[in-house]
Design a protein around this ligand. Sequence first.
Ligand SMILES: Nc1ncnc2c1ncn2[C@@H]1O[C@H](COP(=O)(O)OP(=O)(O)OP(=O)(O)O)[C@@H](O)[C@H]1O
Ligand SMILES: [Mg+2]
Length: 279
Amino acid sequence: MPEAATDTAVALSVESLTAGYGPVPVVKKATLRARTAEITVLVGPNGAGKSTLLKAIAGVLRPTEGHVLLNGQDVAGRAPDRLVKMGLAYVPQVANVFPSLTVMENLEMGGIVRRHSVRDRAESMCELFPDLRAALRRPARTLSGGQRNMLALARALMADPSVLLVDEPTAGLSPRYEQVVWDHIRAIRQTGVAIVLVEQNTRRALAEADWGYVLVNGENRLDGPGREILDNPEIGALYIGKSTTTHGGGAGAPAAHNGDQNTGETAVTTNETRKEVGP
Ligand SMILES: Nc1ncnc2c1ncn2[C@@H]1O[C@H](COP(=O)(O)OP(=O)(O)OP(=O)(O)O)[C@@H](O)[C@H]1O
Ligand SMILES: [Mg+2]
């Protein structure tokens, strides 16, 4: 893979990033690159540190070591709001919309970093996510789980980011709605955004990915084209389950979700406890 410094298609380059919640690091010297107009997925067993890595990139957690190059500029340790202004958007798995605000107000909040053309951008979001148009005046809490995930994506895109980090956008959705979300993710890729996605449905994610990273115990295990990782029988057996179908594969043995407790925004699920909250 070309060096990030000389490859202008690399919008995000994470180098040797270490981060955690206390003295013991959760993510250890992790490396990740995301290129413009590509889907980069991050998979691995429960508790591997995938969400922690996204938080450290997004500035929600301050890394203790390493670099985060956003379009060539080192932004490690900067506050999330500054990063949004610089083109890095982050959609956490839960609490990713304001439930009491209307859909339009949520979009406006997402567009707060824009100096102008909030309405135009909101209109573009309605074109990208047609479900939202019909719901513009409704409080976000009245949306289905899948629609809320759409709104969360649209809200993040209001800032017109060059890099979009998304944590488990299909968690808890019915297979049909999962498909809809993937259709949208692909449409976002078409707009030139570098997308970094954490996914529970490992097989599906790797099948969709331009590039995949497997994170185990906070460390990079391997990376490569998503299909190549999927087709590697040893890796498949160890980290992504033995299933040969493109649906329902899991990242190792799924364990109960921890930490991020639900605020009622989005169902928190594992492969075992997947609930259908989409329409
Ligand atoms: N807020 C927190 N405070 C302390 N420890 C945390 C916190 N959030 C996560 N951890 C711990 O960090 C480790 C990695 O968690 P993380 O949520 O990043 O994993 P993950 O790969 O996203 O897992 P999952 O697939 O279950 O979402 C786990 O041991 C977890 O218990
Ligand atoms: Mg996680």
